[in-house]
Design a protein around this ligand. Structure first.
Ligand SMILES: NC(=O)c1ccc[n+]([C@@H]2O[C@H](COP(=O)([O-])OP(=O)(O)OC[C@H]3O[C@@H](n4cnc5c(N)ncnc54)[C@H](OP(=O)(O)O)[C@@H]3O)[C@@H](O)[C@H]2O)c1
Length: 255
């Protein structure tokens, strides 16, 4: 197995977890790939490369040039393009691709969810909702789509993101909470209570690590504008890093 290389498409805690697990396997070189959008990402074990490939063809070239034996796409459920490119690059090169993606959340009794497709629809819903003018809304969708909420400027926004938004987006919100998850249920309860939010905007990101805010919202009867994830990628899908390790182990002899 010497010299076998696995490429992990990352940007998630699961990708870091997986890199740690695979790094311990003899004869396997792990390369983690980050989009390069976060200036201080959590760095996984092994080699890290940053930046895009220039589309599916560029990724296929990279897989050939670097003699990659398998790809594990462990990107965020909302990062649809890179997952699609991985599938296409795998088809073009014959390199096996596995998608490690979180099981998405589904509403349970007590949840008050308004399902939307993207940030623009979320803003539209808020603008025309029965929430009173000046009601405070928590945005937990990262920093890149905050600009969409300018159309709902009758409301007040607090955003939470890992890194600061650009100045245009920052101007739309009253305050940015700069924090990196995971967040405990206790701290999410405190955040919602202390700020007296009238609504939460979240992406359906699945998994356990960012679920406490959904639980805390349910407990308070807080409506959640839920941005749905794009359709899952085709191909092989698992939901747990341990299953991705098993997939690699099962293929080691064939890689
Ligand atoms: N979307 C979210 O809500 C979210 C949340 C948390 C973390 N993330 C992470 O942030 C990254 C970007 O997310 P996105 O929604 O912008 O993705 P995206 O829309 O699917 O991808 C946009 C482009 O960014 C590049 N890219 C994305 N992920 C990459 C990776 N792991 N390694 C190398 N290049 C990558 C690719 O560029 P080329 O076409 O040039 O190859 C891709 O075409 C992903 O790695 C994702 O796991 C996203």
């Amino acid at each position: 197995m010497a010299g076998r290389r696995v490429l992990i498409l990352g940007g998630t805690n699961e990708a870091v977890d997986l890199a740690t697990r695979l790094h311990e396997m003899d004869g396997l070189e792990v390369i983690s790939s980050l989009a390069g959008v976060t200036t201080k990402p959590r760095l996984p074990e092994g080699t890290v490369r940053r930046g895009g490939y220039g589309g599916a063809d560029g990724m296929a070239d990279y897989l050939r040039d670097q003699d990659i034996s398998a790809v594990i796409d462990a990107t965020h459920p909302h990062a649809a393009q890179i997952s699609r490119h991985a599938e296409q690059a795998g088809e073009a090169t014959g390199v096996s691709v596995l998608h490690l993606t979180r099981a998405l959340w589904t509403p349970v009794i007590g949840d008050v969810w308004h399902l939307v497709k993207n940030a623009g629809e979320a803003a539209e819903w808020l603008a025309t909702s029965s929430l009173p003018d000046g009601a405070r809304v928590l945005l937990t969708i990262g920093r890149s789509d905050l600009g969409a909420f300018a159309k709902a400027n009758r409301l007040r926004f607090i955003a939470r993101s890992i890194e600061a938004p650009d100045s245009d987006a920052a101007a739309i919100v009253d305050r940015v909470i700069l924090e990196r998850g995971p967040f405990s249920l206790q701290s999410e309860r405190r955040l919602l209570a202390e700020n007296d939010f009238a609504c939460l905007v979240a992406k359906n990101s699945g998994g356990a690590s960012s679920y406490p805010k959904i639980q805390a919202a349910r407990e308070r009867g807080l409506p959640v504008v839920m941005i749905q994830a794009p359709p899952p990628p085709g191909g092989h899908i698992v939901h747990a890093p341990a299953d991705a390790v098993a997939w690699i182990e099962a293929r080691l002899g064939r890689l």
